[in-house]
Design a protein around this ligand. Sequence first.
Ligand code: FMN
Length: 203
Amino acid sequence: MSSTPLTHTVLEPKVLYFGTPVSVISSLNPDGTTNIAPISSSWYLGRTVVLGIGTSGQTLPNLARERSCVINLPAAEHQPAVERLAPLTGRSPVPPGKREQYRYEPDKFTAAGLTCAPSDLVTPARVAEFPVHLEATVAAIHEPADDDFAIVEAHVVRVHVATDLVVPGTQYVDTDGWRPLMYVFRHYFELGSRRGRNFRADQ
Ligand SMILES: Cc1cc2nc3c(=O)[nH]c(=O)nc-3n(C[C@H](O)[C@H](O)[C@H](O)COP(=O)(O)O)c2cc1C
């Protein structure tokens, strides 16, 4: 894009999904099985992760009850598995507002062709095929006024990174190898090439 000032249009987009990575949240169902749900509303500051979780799904009551989760980060190549999870809910009966587009699925791992791996420090299982798993405890759940979404504040207690994505002998993730699955206005993307580095990057 040029550095010339642009002409702008006032817009009313339906969603403001300008681009965030997809995460798949593992949470523990009341029967001890793990529910997995894709989300795109997440951001990180230090070891804190903030998640936007819908109030009509199964994930929120699971997080409120169990106070832990795993944030699994798929790579771009896992887009088909994420989209297989997309029309599913672990909540039964399916709430009226979701009935037209979603169906109840108690075993989302099998439905999506994914494998459970036990976590080290929390009860929900990890998604073995995905390259990054963040085990986390739920520190707070803030319910915003519109009732549709809750803001969940979680604290990462263990990080698992696929071994071939670790720069050997260091604690760094190989930024050449890491290909996050990005969500932009309900479309999936992968990242393009490196455009530079921050002045504080030390690797
Ligand atoms: C790519 C993608 C991104 C999504 N982002 C969010 C999100 O940020 N927050 C959310 O609550 N739901 C999000 N959803 C919708 C949930 O996955 C959906 O409501 C699902 O039924 C929740 O599962 P559960 O009811 O078992 O918790 C997203 C779905 C997809 C496919």
